[in-house]
Design a protein around this ligand. Structure first.
Ligand code: SF4
Length: 217
């Protein structure tokens, strides 16, 4: 098969973006939150857990702990108990408390708005920072690469990389900056509803004619 030029890949990406925008006009972050702070905590909790599990836990958690200070001053064992339905709950409790102590000490309990400040917080990597910057603050400073985005980027032939950082670099060269946040929401929705890891629905897929991995009918 002829190697696709970067120009052609950009054009195909634009068509993919158009199709996803039509297919998922309401795509949004599915972690329930009412503030940047709640989204930060929910995203820390979401590592290797489903959004549904996190939403069940945060439904009670955000009534009990309302501010960064509440988490910072909590009894660590009790906090861990409050999130124990989520995987890795002990280390997540430690990270959330350390993160919230830093928020209180350095930012008056508010969530900072830069990649460098966010990724310096405990439990916050580039993916979590991108979620908060894009969804909570509307800043297109990066593209969230979770398991769905990584899988879809590869299947759609938009990246041949395997590490999230390199996949994000590939996507940043193809997707217009104003669409960075929406693009990750679209791919996550598509990955959950159509192009699942185990059973992609190629015959019913909106992207079939644009996808090099489409199963032959
Ligand atoms: S055509 Fe198949 S592999 Fe390609 S995005 Fe659609 S479901 Fe996924």
């Amino acid at each position: 098969m002829r190697r696709e030029s970067q120009v052609d890949r950009r054009k195909r990406t634009a068509q993919i973006i158009a199709a996803l925008g039509i297919g998922y006009p309401d795509a949004h972050c599915e972690l329930n939150h009412r503030s940047p702070f709640e989204l930060l905590i929910a995203t820390i909790l979401s590592a290797q857990s489903t959004d549904r599990q996190v939403n069940v836990v945060t439904n009670d958690l955000f009534h009990k702990y309302r501010t960064a200070r509440d988490f910072a001053e909590a009894d660590l064992a009790k906090l861990a108990e409050d999130i124990r339905r989520i995987g890795l709950y002990r280390s997540k409790a430690r990270n959330i408390q350390a993160c919230c102590r830093a928020l209180v000490d350095r930012y008056g309990g508010e969530v900072p708005r830069t990649m460098a400040e966010l990724t310096a917080l405990a439990g916050v990597g580039r993916k979590t920072a991108n979620v908060v910057l894009g969804t909570a603050f509307g800043l297109n400073l990066g593209i969230v690469v979770d398991t769905h985005v990584a899988r879809l980027a590869q299947r759609l032939g938009l990246s041949s990389e395997s590490s999230p950082v390199k996949i994000e670099q590939s996507l940043r060269q193809l997707v217009p900056v104003e669409s960075w946040t929406a693009f990750s929401h679209w791919l996550i929705w598509h990955g959950r509803r159509r192009c699942t890891a185990r059973k992609p629905d190629c015959p019913g897929c909106e992207l079939r004619i644009l996808c090099p991995s489409a199963a032959k009918p």
